[in-house]
Design a binder for this molecule. Structure first.
Ligand code: ATP
Ligand code: MG
Ligand code: MG
Ligand code: MG
Length: 563
């Protein structure tokens, strides 16, 4: 590829709408362009990266026994009524009607579609196990599409579904996928952790998320440095008694009461009428957590004890860097809280910020469980709180650590939830009719590309892991007007192509500085510079993007011995 022909319109300035690095760099490197909120065009460089990730995924899925197919994006509502998910999915589902007034959705996921496909075809245990997958666009009308490809409304997903005759079979399929995912993220050159996760709305039980570690990630994870325990915070729960002790034993000091907006949001959320006379008093404990206690209006605020509060919420200070990364105001507090009675409340006024910091699921879960408007009589989580840094590991007791990451994939044991509602059964060895035992396994392909950038970038641009770089090498003639330099670069380019190296020749008549900047921004793993010395001494300069190391080689020597 020649740069003069490559459609990669790079930008010098950081686009104002892009908050996180991957979004900024994908725009600046001329890799994506926005079509609508959460909907993007992938330009040629991005498409190459995506295809490389897909190739790695395909290879590992196929090795694990998966068979690729392609299902429709448009799905009839009737299918979703059968499982009840037409109503459950809510506003995240894109819905449409045809000219006959029939309802459809744009597939947010494909459990219904695949189960209905095989329910009429798979009849015998002899046809099992069956592992079917596709790589395709998914559609979710996310409440807050943002961070570029990280949380899109149209995005690329690989989804595989496993069908087994029993739990033991599912265990085998699950293990195969778990191992395949480990291989995929390792081959993509990413630092990641499989973590135990919460079942959430998809149903079923046992699940792991594959989290690509990055400070900007929406997932907060807990892991043990002594053993292999790792879980996301929604899953990592402690008994409330621990929290109760904190409330009772630590000395509390009165601090400034938060502003009315915060108080109103919290009282509203807790189902208290803030127009009734309610006062809020703030305490701070030794852990620098602020405890917001609500008392009746006639109460003397100088004599407030947690015990006589009508409600209270512990506000944990959010990490300053993380707040800034999402454009929040440092000093504001994370609104996940827990009362002495283990009432968990969420402050809606700062929900947006926490959604970015604390992880979307975390909020979703609390929101669903506790929003009194949806679920009025029972908004208490009675005995749980989220685990914090330093709490004992549930496996070995060592203090746990916390870090952030991006959910790039998830493996899930569904069991018979979908096969039962969709009546997908088979006959076992004894001729008995049984529901198929299922698993589902997703990888966000476009999110993985973004996650790779979040994890691999510096002040100059993207630093692609070699396995998924759009091209491996860029050849830059320092002075393109110098015909001798240019012809050496041209020859080198052709020789590299002949050697099946993915190479770009920067043949623009631009200053060297401009070309170097673009090379760093796009993040080619290797830069070859052809300058005056190449003409005088037949030597070329090799720069490694990741380490910044520079080597000088004789040209022939490089082609014959290094490549
Ligand atoms: P999240 O918790 O971030 O909303 P999810 O748990 O809803 O993700 P899954 O249903 O597990 O997502 O889908 C499988 C994979 O698809 C995810 O692990 C993620 O990599 C990717 N994915 C999900 N939603 C999006 C999105 N809005 N944009 C890009 N990728 C996504
Ligand atoms: Mg999730
Ligand atoms: Mg989601
Ligand atoms: Mg998930």
């Amino acid at each position: 590829m020649r740069t003069t022909q490559l459609y990669a319109p790079t930008l010098r300035e950081t686009p104002a709408e892009a908050e996180v690095m991957s979004h900024q760099l994908l725009l600046r490197a001329g890799m994506i362009r926005k079509a609508a909120g959460g909907v993007y065009t992938y330009l040629p460089l991005a498409w190459r990266v995506l295809r490389k990730i897909e190739t790695i995924i395909r290879e590992e899925m196929d090795v694990a026994g998966g068979q690729e197919l392609s299902m429709p994006i448009i799905q009839p509502a009737e299918l979703w009524h059968e499982t009840g998910r037409w109503d459950i999915f809510g506003e995240e589902m894109f819905r449409l009607k045809d000219r006959h007034d029939r309802s459809f959705c744009l597939g947010p996921t494909h459990e219904e579609m695949i189960t209905s496909l095989i329910r009429n075809e798979v009849r015998s245990y002899r046809q099992l196990p069956l592992l079917l997958y596709q790589i395709q666009n998914k559609y979710r009308d996310e409440i807050r599409p943002r961070f570029g490809l990280m949380r899109g409304r149209e995005f690329i997903m690989k989804d595989l579904y496993s069908f087994d005759k029993d739990e033991a079979g599912l265990d085998v399929s699950y293990k195969k996928m778990y191992d395949a995912y480990t291989n995929i993220f390792t081959r993509c050159g990413l630092v990641f952790r499989p973590v135990e996760a919460d079942g959430g709305s998809i149903g079923g039980g046992f699940t792991h998320e594959f989290t690509v570690l990055a400070d900007s990630g929406e997932s907060e994870i807990v892991y043990c440095s002594k053993c292999d325990y790792a879980a996301n915070v929604e899953k990592a729960e402690l008994k409330a008694s621990v929290q109760e002790n904190i409330a009772e034993e630590l000395p509390l000091k009165l601090v400034d009461t938060p502003d009315m907006k915060t108080i109103e949001a919290v009282t509203d959320f807790m189902g208290m009428d803030s127009t009734q006379s309610i006062k809020a008093v703030a305490f701070q404990n030794e852990k620098d957590e602020v405890i917001l206690a609500f008392v009746r209006g006639d109460h003397d605020v100088n004599d407030v004890k947690l015990q006589n509060a009508v409600g209270a919420v512990t506000l944990r200070m959010a990490d300053e860097a993380a707040i800034k990364a999402v454009g929040g105001v440092p000093g504001f507090m994370s609104p996940i809280g827990l009362t002495k009675d283990a009432k968990v409340v969420v402050d809606l006024s700062v929900m947006e910020m926490t959604n970015a910091i604390g992880g979307a699921n975390q909020i979703d879960k609390h929101y669903c469980n506790m929003n009194p408007k949806r679920d009025f009589t029972d908004y208490l989580v009675t005995d749980l709180r989220l685990m914090c840094e330093g709490d004992p590991c549930p496996h070995c007791g060592a203090p746990v650590k916390m870090t952030r990451g991006i959910e790039a994939g998830q493996v899930f044991k569904l069991g018979t939830k979908y096969s039962e509602s969709l009546k997908a059964t088979f006959l076992d060895e004894n001729g008995r009719e049984k529901p198929l035992v299922m698993g589902c396994y997703g990888i966000g392909v476009s999110r993985t590309m973004a996650a790779a950038i979040e994890q691999n970038n510096d002040e100059y641009g993207i630093v692609w892991p070699a396995a998924i770089a759009p091209y491996q090498v860029v050849v830059i003639p320092v002075n393109a007007k110098n015909t001798e330099q240019f012809s050496i670069a041209e020859t080198l380019y052709q020789e590299l192509q002949a050697a099946k190296v993915e190479v770009v020749l920067d043949d623009r008549k631009e200053r060297a500085g401009v070309k170097f900047k673009d090379a760093d921004l796009i993040g080619y793993p290797i830069r070859i510079t052809v300058g005056p010395k190449s003409v005088e001494e037949d030597s070329i300069e090799i720069k490694i993007r990741r380490s910044g190391e520079v080597f000088t080689y004789g040209k022939v020597d490089y082609l014959e011995n290094v490549l």
